[in-house]
Each structure stands twice: as C-alpha cells, then as structure tokens.
Design a protein around this ligand. Structure first.
Ligand code: ACO
Length: 379
C-alpha cells in the first residue's frame, strides 16, 4: 500500500532544478544564483530570459544576438493569424492564449524536434511571441489593427506599444520590464510543474507550454492578479470611504472564512521579495496617475489581512495595481504574467529534456476493494 500523500504535494521535492531557488523562511528568491533583489531594476527581461534558457548571463554580443532572435520571433504564425478573429470573439484571454500557442506550433520550424538547439530556438520564439499574441488578441477584440513591433524596442516597450497603438512612456516600459523580470521563474509552482510533467513524457515544448498556460489561468495561481483588481474595483464601487470599505469588507470576508486573493503562499512564510518591488512600483505609478485610491486601498487591505490572519501579500497583489496604472485591461493581467513566465516554463522544458525521466508518481487508493462485477442484464 502506498504512503499517505502530502495534501497538495506540500513540501514534496518534485524535481531538481538549477533555474531558481526560494528560501521561504527568510523570503529570498534567486535565478541561477542571482538574488532577485539585485536583478530587479538592474537586469532586463531579455537578459533574464537568456540567463534562464541558455544557462549563463549574456555578454553584449550574446544579448544582441538573442534580442535579434526575439525581434524575428515577433512575427506570428499563419495559422494563429488566420484564427485570431474567431478566437478573440469567442474565448476569454487565457483560453485564447492556450489556443493560439497551440496553433503557433504548426508554424514553428522546430516543432518536430526536442533537440537542445531546437528547444533553445523555440524557447526564444515562444518568449517573443507571447506578448504579441496578447496584443493581437486585444486588437482583434477591439476591432483595431495591431501596431507592428518596433525592432528598436525591448519586450516590455513593444508590448505596451502593440497593446495601445502608441509608443509608451519610457518609465512605464521600464516598470513593466521589471515586472517581467520578477515573474520570470519561481521553482516548482503549479504551472511549471505541469509543464515539466508534460515535457517528461517527451512531448514537445509547445504542448508543455499549453499545459502551463491552462494551469496558470486558475484563481489560486496566476488568475489571482485579475481577481485582486476586480475585488478592489467592487469595494470602491460599493460607495463611502474606500479605505473604510476595505476594512469592513475584508474583515467580514475573513470572518466568513473566505480567501482574500493576492495573499498567502505555499512556500513563503514571510514576505515574498517580489511583493516589495511591486509595492514600490505601484506607489510610484499611483502618485504619477493623479488618483492613488487603489494603491491606498491596497495598503489598507495589506494591513487588515496581516492583522487578522498574519498573511503577507504574494506576487499577484501589487502586480494588480501596477498593471492597472500601466493601463493594461484587467482581464489581460494573467496573460501578462504568462508572457513573463514563458521564459521560465521554456527553460524548465529545456532542463527536463536535457536529463529526462518520466514523472509518474504513485497514488493512495481510497476507494472500495474486492467487489464482484455483475454484468448488465443480471444486475
Ligand atoms: N485569505 C485568507 N485565508 C487564507 C489565504 C487567503 N488568501 N491563504 C491562505 N489562507 C488560510 C486558509 O484559509 C487556511 O486557513 P485554515 O488553516 O484556518 O483553514 C490556511 O491559510 C492555509 O491555506 P491553504 O489554502 O491550505 O494554503 P496553501 O498552501 O494550500 O495555499 C495559496 C496557498 C493557494 C496561494 C493560498 O494562500 C490562496 O488561496 N491564496 C489566495 C489566492 C492567491 O493569491 N493565489 C496566488 C498565489 S501566488 C501565485 O500563484 C503566482
């Protein structure tokens, strides 16, 4: 008989990885040994994607070549383009991305290969493509032409350009770039685990990424950032002083045993280091926006949840207001997360394929045993 499983696989070490590491007791996160606090604001998303996917920090020439690969990868595949309008009409954003990434595999020249070099090329293309797919989806559903990418802009600036149709404010692009760095990888989170399970069957990178996108979409994982914003909007709309409304509604929800989105974490027992950077950026953007209500409401919510439950905000909490102040539509928050995490997912597929063994855990049987089957017609 198998042992009792750890509920939700809590504390189970499910894979070995050289990509990222968390110390949940002290609140430390590192990518390939570099502390996230040193990377945020000092490394670009392109450098981090390269670091994760190719194994070491790039030098100038490496980075220029990688950026050229990304620029070439911003061209969408014919099948995805052909189906975009119908998908944008009928599917919400994360479901649309799941479909579009799957369609993109048809036009990827390396789709039939799991070789290391092919995987690296696919990882760069998928990383380049994801923000373009999000902007293309938004353009299609709002009846706009997608602005062409600008080869002189990085991933974050290009995304804001293609999303809005106009060149972004440089500081806004810088802040989004830092968000992409902060979300790029995070050990064995649910979507990355899903990607690795899929890749470990020797399925291809696109399949693994499609599994990851579906897994990220849930409100207990990446979908929480959208829920945070919707919650803040609902509280603000309820009228009265918004800070008092936060205190009253959050206290009441906790008393009913409800969860507050954007709080709590399986691994961090203290503050998630990414939340501190996001809080700072949210404060900066709020100040510049002329209406810092959502930021102040978030601060109040943080105080109430900590006082009542001792829970800290996770990465999704302040990401919500950062994206809001950047002008990103609320239902695209989780897609933006996916654009960043694409760097990590693809790096994990590369790592899994490089040293593979099928991931096939056991289960504890809790059903009835030893029954006699009575054929239909007799029973
Ligand atoms: N609000 C209120 N209570 C909470 C919260 C929360 N956000 N999170 C945990 N708790 C409480 C639970 O009710 C439970 O209390 P109990 O022991 O009295 O029943 C206890 O803390 C443990 O919670 P679990 O859900 O068992 O913890 P788990 O490790 O399984 O879950 C998770 C972690 C899913 C992140 C959880 O904290 C949660 O649901 N948070 C809200 C959703 C969210 O923000 N998700 C994004 C996470 S970050 C990311 O994926 C990018």
């Amino acid at each position: 008989m198998a042992d009792k499983p750890a509920r939700g696989l809590a504390d189970v070490v499910a894979a070995s990885t050289a990509l990222s590491d968390i110390d949940g007791q002290v609140g430390r996160l590192s990518y390939r040994g570099y502390d996230i606090n040193e990377l945020a604001g000092n490394a670009s998303f392109e450098e981090i994607a390269y670091l994760l996917q190719r194994g070491a920090a790039p030098d100038d020439a490496d980075l220029a070549a990688y950026e050229a690969e990304l620029a070439a990868g911003r061209e969408l595949g014919a099948l995805a383009v052909a189906d975009l309008a119908g998908i944008a009409r009928r599917q919400p954003p994360m479901a649309a991305l799941r479909s579009l990434v799957s369609l993109a595999s048809a036009d990827d020249p390396d789709s039939g290969s799991n070789e290391a070099a092919a995987n690296q090329r696919k990882a760069a293309r998928l990383t380049a493509q994801q923000p373009v797919l999000i902007a293309a989806y938004h353009a299609a559903r709002t009846g706009r032409e997608l602005a062409p990418p600008d080869p002189g802009l990085d991933t974050a600036a290009n995304f804001l350009l293609q999303l809005s149709g106009s060149k972004p404010d440089p500081r806004a692009a810088e802040i989004l770039d830092t968000c992409l760095v902060l979300h790029a990888d995070h050990t064995m989170n649910a979507s990355t685990f899903a990607a690795r399970v899929c890749a470990a069957t020797l399925a291809d990178m696109h399949s693994a990424v499609v599994a990851a996108i579906g897994t990220l979409s849930g409100p207990l994982h990446g979908g929480a950032n959208e829920q945070v914003m919707l919650g803040l909007e609902a509280i603000r709309k309820s009228g009265g002083n918004p800070l008092d409304a936060v205190s009253a509604q959050v206290t009441a929800r906790l008393a009913r045993g409800e969860k507050i989105m954007g709080f709590g974490h399986r691994v961090y027992k203290t503050e998630d280091p990414r939340a501190a950077h996001l809080r700072r950026m949210s404060a900066e953007l709020a100040q510049g926006s002329g209406d810092d209500t959502y930021y102040r409401m978030s601060r109040r919510m943080e105080e109430v949840v900590f006082a009542e439950k001792g829970l800290y905000p996770n990465v999704d909490f302040y990401a919500a207001t950062v994206y809001h102040y950047l002008g990103i539509p609320t239902d695209l928050f989780t897609p933006v997360f996916s654009a960043s995490r694409m760097a990590g997912w693809t790096a994990h597929v590369i790592e899994q394929h490089a040293d593979n063994r099928l991931i096939r855990p056991d289960s504890e049987y809790i059903g009835v045993s030893g029954r006699a089957w009575v054929p239909l017609g007799v029973r």
